[in-house]
Write a protein that binds this ligand. Structure first.
Ligand SMILES: [Cu+2]
Length: 127
């Protein structure tokens, strides 16, 4: 893993937090609360979640992180639309969240592209 200065890490975290926040529109008051998944060094917790159709997952980067992480959809249900919206496409160390709604039932496998063998998450969306 590259060793970087504190300042560059903070810049990355701030940029990522800004862009990730833009990917998380405010939800309606009646919507169920999203399932929260912690993005930590070096795991997602919990490593699997089950949500109803149209349910949401909210990824929260742990405040104790010292490494960068992202959320990347490795595999989703066949014919999934707007697949790119299931990945952050930016990394963050901490101070970031990512919220995604799941209108399509099925099984979703997520990884962190920086730590793909260690950080895995399965999201199951019920029919
Ligand atoms: Cu990672």
């Amino acid at each position: 893993m590259p060793v970087r200065g504190r300042a560059s890490q903070l810049v990355v975290a701030c940029l990522a937090a800004t862009s990730l926040a833009g990917a998380a529109p405010a939800q309606a008051g009646k919507a169920p609360k999203p399932k929260v998944v912690t993005v930590a060094d070096f795991f997602f917790a919990p490593s699997s979640v089950t949500i109803p159709r149209e349910g949401k997952v909210k990824w929260v980067w742990a405040p104790t992180n010292v490494e960068s992480h992202d959320v990347h959809l490795k595999q989703g249900p066949k014919g999934l639309k707007k697949k790119a919206t299931y990945s952050t496409r930016t990394t963050a160390v901490t101070n970031a969240t990512f919220v995604k709604a799941f209108p399509t039932p099925g099984s979703y496998r997520f990884i962190c592209t920086i730590h793909p063998t260690k950080m895995k998450l399965t999201v199951t969306v019920k029919k």
